[in-house]
Ligand binder design. Structure first.
Ligand SMILES: *[C@@H]1O[C@H](CO)[C@@H](O)[C@H](O)[C@H]1NC(C)=O
Ligand SMILES: *[C@@H]1O[C@H](CO)[C@@H](O)[C@H](O)[C@H]1NC(C)=O
Ligand SMILES: *[C@@H]1O[C@H](CO)[C@@H](O)[C@H](O)[C@H]1NC(C)=O
Ligand SMILES: *[C@@H]1O[C@H](CO)[C@@H](O)[C@H](O)[C@H]1NC(C)=O
Ligand SMILES: *[C@@H]1O[C@H](CO)[C@@H](O)[C@H](O)[C@H]1NC(C)=O
Length: 596
């Protein structure tokens, strides 16, 4: 669409230019020839002069920043390098980099409406729901959020969720060691009755019946599959509870999701205090700071099948790791990159940030696990942003001692700093990145930069063909719609946790249309009217931004589609459509690797 328009403008510009030229020629043929010969000479002189000028960039710099294939590196060692010169300053954008435009009128709104049924009116005393979450801290967070909604749908009492202690991240913390459990129970008391442990009935502990629901199960699906079991057995545990509830729900259930996620789920005081200390440490260094969530672990890179520019050594090392997963086919680095599925390298993130206007004086907090290649990989980023901080540089070993051996607590600290940063940027599309993106929308659209990898990869590959100004302008264009601004995602699109649109209200827009719609949807509220609701929100959509993130397909879908492929093939045609069960054990490591 956009491309077409650009083409048309160029073509019509050309036609007009040609017409003018023709007329001009007829009138002043000789004069024109003289002038053009003279200007051609001048141009030639200027070009040769600029080619002879010394390259203004440090050479080693370039080496680190180069992206992928060897051919490019050779080409770039020639004189073309002179044009791509990365400045220390971010230049002037003519606007505040540290806030979103027009974010003022949008507020998070997740209160229940008057006719939302309360827990005391609907909880059935003979129905207990338990869940076992799965994955890293943020994937578990989605599971906890959805568990509350599932209990609401089923009129069940929820038992405080069990955390996954056996995931890839190996954290033995239980719920109350990460989250404030009393806040969780009391904040949601009107919505769902939550208890810490199963009661003892008739002197006997109740044993839960364990089952699993399919991914993205709708409210209707819960009523069809879980309710009958719950009625019969009274205590049901849903295992491996991650993304088991439909993304699309009625507005009322979405708002419940937001009450859980943004209000009921608070970290424990000790985690919050330490998190605040880190944030204060950053604020002491400068008024504003950027937090970068960088995922660049060797396993993850190997799984992605991308080429990160490390040549034969990298291919060998990552290839070796990759062999661990027998179901993965041979990688096709160019294809994954074209599809926008390669996490940006640290150097690429640095270039993107500089192009978006952040100068070398900006302070950067980096949240990351093990980085493949270590310091060498980080060097290009540090060169662009020398004010480089992490938990370990801001806090002392003693301060971090009680957190250090618990990956989820460490992740929680990073979550807090990333959440409170002025600008948040990621190189990936994992759970933490999405969770924070949605949260930052809800709490006032704080700038959140998520690389449009599908578009950016070409720029990174060809950057030695263009000037810095060209590069900058293209990065800015590609990033429209990926900056965390209000309404940049079309209504109905995107995963709920990254775009909680049902929980964001525009206080400036009190049009009668909106008001009546609110009314209507509340009146027509039924447990499974989610599709109707969907259609409606889409119709009412008037997003101001034409650019829509195209890659709806993200890491999670990627896993669903590619990694699970092996599993599905073996189970002749998707057990997800069978009632209640997924028979084959999942490939835990593979999945949880990505579940941060
Ligand atoms: C939402 O509920 C809270 C607590 O009941 C209340 O303090 C707040 O004012 C409510 N917000 C709106 C917009 O009604
Ligand atoms: C939950 O309780 C309400 C109120 O009694 C009732 O209308 C609704 O059908 C119940 N739903 C389920 C799944 O039991
Ligand atoms: C950049 O240069 C390479 C070879 O030098 C060429 O193949 C490629 O098409 C150029 N890209 C652009 C955008 O000009
Ligand atoms: C909304 O519903 C209330 C009653 O529930 C009604 O009095 C009011 O007129 C409705 N508003 C609109 C805009 O339809
Ligand atoms: C959405 O609306 C269209 C008509 O506007 C209807 O045909 C379709 O069934 C609706 N989708 C769902 C899932 O209800």
């Amino acid at each position: 669409m956009k491309k077409k328009r650009e083409n048309t403008t160029t073509i019509s510009g050309f036609i007009i230019g040609a017409t003018i030229l023709r007329r001009y020629r007829r009138l002043h043929r000789h004069l024109f020839q003289l002038i053009s010969v003279f200007s051609a000479c001048l141009l030639l002189f200027l070009v040769s002069f600029s080619l002879l000028a010394p390259p203004p960039i440090r050479r080693h710099h370039h080496h680190h920043l180069s992206t992928s294939n060897d051919a490019m590196e050779i080409a770039s060692d020639s004189d073309q390098e002179t044009v791509f010169r990365v400045p220390a300053s971010g230049g002037s954008l003519g606007r505040d980099l540290w806030s979103s435009r027009q974010s003022g009128s949008y507020v998070g709104c997740s209160n229940a409406s008057g006719n939302f049924m309360t827990s005391d009116a609907k909880t059935n005393p003979n129905r207990y729901l338990l869940i076992a979450t799965s994955g890293g801290l943020n994937q578990q967070r989605t599971g906890i959020t959805d568990a509350v909604v599932a209990a609401y749908i089923l009129n069940a009492t929820l038992v405080v969720p069990k955390l996954d202690q056996k995931s890839f991240w190996q954290d033995s913390s239980d719920f109350a060691e990460i989250f404030d459990v009393d806040q969780f129970i009391s904040f949601l008391s009107k919505d769902v009755k939550i208890i810490k442990e199963l009661p003892v009935k008739g002197g006997k502990a109740m044993t839960p019946h364990s089952m699993r629901v399919p991914r993205k199960c709708t409210p209707k699906c819960y009523l069809n599959r879980v309710l009958p079991v719950l009625n019969k057995r009274h205590v049901v545990q849903l295992s491996k509870f991650d993304y088991r509830l439909s993304n699309k729900l009625s507005k009322h259930l979405q708002k419940l999701r937001c009450r859980v996620n943004y209000h009921a789920l608070k970290f424990t005081d000790s985690i919050l205090d330490m998190g605040e200390k880190l944030v204060e440490g950053m604020r002491k260094k400068s008024k504003h700071f950027i937090a970068l969530h960088l995922r660049y672990e060797p396993d993850m890179l190997a799984f992605s099948g991308c080429d990160f520019g490390g040549g034969e050594k990298e291919r060998e090392e990552l290839g070796k790791i990759r062999k661990r997963w027998k179901t993965l086919h041979a990688s096709n680095p160019d294809k994954v990159r074209r599809n926008g599925r390669c996490p940006l390298t640290p150097g690429e993130v640095g270039l993107m940030l500089r192009a978006l206007g952040f100068g070398s004086d900006v302070h950067l907090y980096v949240a990351s696990g093990e980085v493949y290649g270590g310091e060498e990989t980080l060097a290009p980023l540090k060169e662009l942003f020398p004010n480089f901080h992490t938990k370990d540089t801001i806090a002392s070993k003693e301060e971090l001692a009680t957190f250090a051996s618990f990956s989820s607590r460490m992740a929680a600290l990073d979550f807090i700093v990333c959440d409170e940063s002025d600008v948040f940027v990621t190189n990936n599309n994992g759970n933490m990145a999405r969770m924070l993106a949605g949260r930052r929308r809800y709490f006032g659209h704080k700038p959140t930069i998520r690389p449009n990898a599908k578009k950016l990869y070409k720029l990174f590959m060809n950057r030695n063909n263009m000037t810095w100004e060209e590069f900058t302008s293209r990065v800015r264009t590609h990033q429209i719609g990926f900056m965390g601004e209000p309404r940049e995602i079309k209504p109905g699109r995107g995963e709920f946790h990254e775009n909680p649109e049902a929980c964001i209200c525009d206080t400036s827009d009190k049009s009668p249309k909106e008001a009546s719609q609110q009314n209507q949807s509340e009146d027509s509220y039924k447990m499974d009217d989610n599709y109707k609701e969907d259609n409606k929100t889409r119709d009412s959509g008037d997003a101001t931004d034409e650019q829509v993130p195209e890659d709806e397909q993200d890491w999670f879908d990627y896993l669903d589609n590619e990694a699970m492929l092996g599993e599905k093939r073996r189970q002749h045609n998707g057990a997800d459509s069978e009632p209640g069960i997924l028979s084959k054990p999942d490939q835990p490591e593979l999945e949880e690797l990505f579940s941060d």
